[in-house]
Design a protein around this ligand. Structure first.
Ligand code: NZQ
Ligand code: ZN
Length: 391
C-alpha cells in the first residue's frame, strides 16, 4: 500500500425528512447569506426547494437563488453565479440537486474569491480557497456530495474537465433517500452505473497488497448488484435507495481509493462523449467500461479475473484466467443492460465518424498531455481503438 493522507470532513445528515434541517446546518457552518443553486426544475416540482427555503427562513438566514443548471453543467452559469455571489455578498453556497448542480456550485465557490478565470482550476489547478458550501443531494450517482471534485464543460470548445481541492468538500450534506424516489428509471440506472464506475476506476490499480480497499470496493459493488435491480423494479423501495445512496457516497469520497494508484480511463473517455453528445454520464460509462476493460485486459489479467470471481461469481479458470476475466466483463455488461443502460455507440447516440476527433480531444484537448489513463497509459491511437470497440 502507498503512503497517503485522508481528510474528509463533510458532516453527513442521513435519513427521512432531513432536508428540513438544512437551515440549522447552514447556520452551524457559519452561513448568513446563501446562494441556493439548483437545476432544471425537479426540486421545484417536488416541493423540495420550498422546504429548504422554509428551513432557512426559520433560522433567519437570507438567500438569493440561481436555478437552471443543466446536466453536464456549463461554464456560462458558473460566471453568472460568481457575479451574483459577489454582488449579493454571499458567504455560503447551497446546492440542491444532483451532481451537476453540486459541481456547478463548487465551481462558483472556487471562483468567487479568485482574481483570475475560474476555468484556470479546470486546467490542472488545485482549489485551496473557496466559499463554504453545503448540499442537499437528490440523486445517488456522481458522489460529488462527499468528494473534493467538480466537473464542468467549457462552452467555448466544449471541453469537459475536472478540478479538485479539499476546499471543495461540502461542509455538510443532507441525504434523504426518499428524495431520489421521484427520479425516472433511466436516471436511477445512470446513477447506479456511475457508482459502479467509480468503484472500478479505483479497483484497477497497479499497487500491490491493497486487500483492505479491494475488499471495501468489492462489498460496495456487491451492494449495487443487489440493490440496483430492486430499485429499478420498485422505485419507492426506501431501504434499497438508502443503501445505494450511502454506497454512492462511499464509492467516491475516496475512502476506498486511498493508498493505491487509480485508473480514470473510462471517465476520461466518457467525458468526451457527454461533452459532444450531451448524453447522461452514467449511460456513457455503460458503453465505455466494457470496451476499456477488454482493451486493457492483458495488462493484469489476474486483477480482472479476481473481480470476476469475487463480485460476479464466475468460476476461476486457473488454466485460462483470461477466460474468467472476460466472463466478468460480460457479466458487468449484461447487468448494465438489464437495468436499461445502452450497450453501444448507436444506442448512446454517438457517431462512428467522430471517433478521431473524440480520441484527439481526450488525449490533447486543452491540456495537451497526449495520453490518458492511470492504469495503462494510452495514446490517441489506443483511445481510438477503444472507441471502435463500442461501435
Ligand atoms: O436538473 P433537474 O431538473 O434537477 O433534473 C435532474 C437532471 O435532469 C434529474 N434529477 C436529479 N434529481 C432528481 C431528478 N429528477 C427527478 N427527481 C430527482 N430527485 O436528473 C438529471 C441528472 O442530474 P445530474 O445532476 O446531471 O446527475 P448526476 O448526479 O449524475 O451528475 C452528473 C454530472 O456529474 C459529473 C458528471 O460528469 C456529470 O456532469 N461527475 C461529477 C463527479 C464529481 N464531482 O465528483 C464525479 C463523477 O464521475 C462525474 O463525472
Ligand atoms: Zn462518474
Amino acid at each position: 500500500m502507498d503512503n497517503f493522507t485522508f481528510y474528509a470532513p463533510t458532516y453527513f445528515v442521513f435519513g427521512k425528512d432531513t432536508e428540513n434541517e438544512t437551515g440549522k446546518y447552514v447556520k452551524r457552518f457559519g452561513g448568513t447569506k446563501v446562494l441556493i443553486h439548483y437545476g432544471g426544475g425537479s426540486v421545484v416540482r417536488s416541493g423540495l426547494l420550498d422546504r429548504v427555503k422554509k428551513s432557512l427562513d426559520e433560522e433567519n438566514i437570507g438567500y438569493v437563488e440561481l436555478g437552471g443548471v443543466k446536466p453536464n453543467p456549463r461554464s456560462g452559469l458558473v460566471y453568472k453565479g460568481i457575479e451574483l455571489c459577489r454582488k449579493e455578498k454571499v458567504d455560503f453556497i447551497l446546492a440542491v440537486g444532483g451532481g451537476s448542480t453540486i459541481d456547478s456550485a463548487k465551481a462558483i465557490a472556487a471562483g468567487v474569491p479568485y482574481d483570475g478565470d475560474f476555468w484556470d482550476y479546470y486546467q490542472g489547478g488545485i482549489v485551496n480557497e473557496a466559499v463554504p458550501l453545503g448540499t442537499v443531494v437528490t440523486i445517488s450517482a456522481a458522489g460529488s456530495e462527499g468528494s473534493p471534485d467538480s466537473v464542468i464543460t467549457k462552452e467555448e470548445g466544449m471541453y469537459k474537465r475536472a478540478t479538485t481541492g479539499e476546499a471543495l468538500r461540502p461542509k455538510f450534506t443532507i441525504m434523504n433517500p426518499a428524495l431520489t424516489q421521484t427520479l425516472p428509471a433511466f436516471q436511477t440506472a445512470c446513477g447506479i452505473t456511475d457508482i459502479i464506475a467509480h468503484l472500478y476506476e479505483r479497483y484497477l490499480t497497479n499497487t500491490k497488497e491493497v486487500e483492505c480497499t479491494d475488499r471495501m470496493i468489492e462489498a460496495l459493488l456487491l451492494t449495487m448488484i443487489h440493490e440496483g435491480p430492486r430499485v429499478i423494479e420498485n422505485p419507492n423501495h426506501y431501504d434499497a435507495r438508502a443503501n445505494i445512496m450511502w454506497a454512492g457516497m462511499m464509492a467516491h469520497n475516496n475512502s476506498c481509493g486511498v493508498g493505491r494508484t487509480q485508473d480514470w480511463t473510462s471517465h476520461n473517455i466518457e467525458h468526451e462523449l457527454s461533452a459532444l453528445y450531451d448524453c447522461a454520464h452514467g449511460a456513457g460509462l455503460a458503453v465505455v467500461m466494457p470496451a476499456v476493460f477488454t482493451y486493457n485486459l492483458s495488462h493484469d489479467v489476474m486483477r480482472l479475473a479476481q473481480v470476476a470471481v469475487r463480485v460476479w461469481g464466475c468460476q476461476m479458470d486457473f488454466y485460462n484466467p483470461e477466460r474468467t476475466a472476460r466472463e466478468g466483463i460480460e457479466a458487468l455488461r449484461s447487468f448494465l443492460t438489464s437495468i436499461g443502460m445502452p450497450k453501444n455507440f448507436e444506442e448512446l447516440g454517438a457517431k462512428e465518424e467522430d471517433i478521431e476527433k473524440l480520441a484527439y480531444t481526450c488525449c490533447y484537448g486543452d491540456v495537451e498531455t497526449g495520453e490518458t489513463g492511470g492504469y495503462v497509459r494510452l495514446n490517441q491511437k489506443d483511445v481510438e481503438n477503444i472507441y471502435r470497440l463500442m461501435v
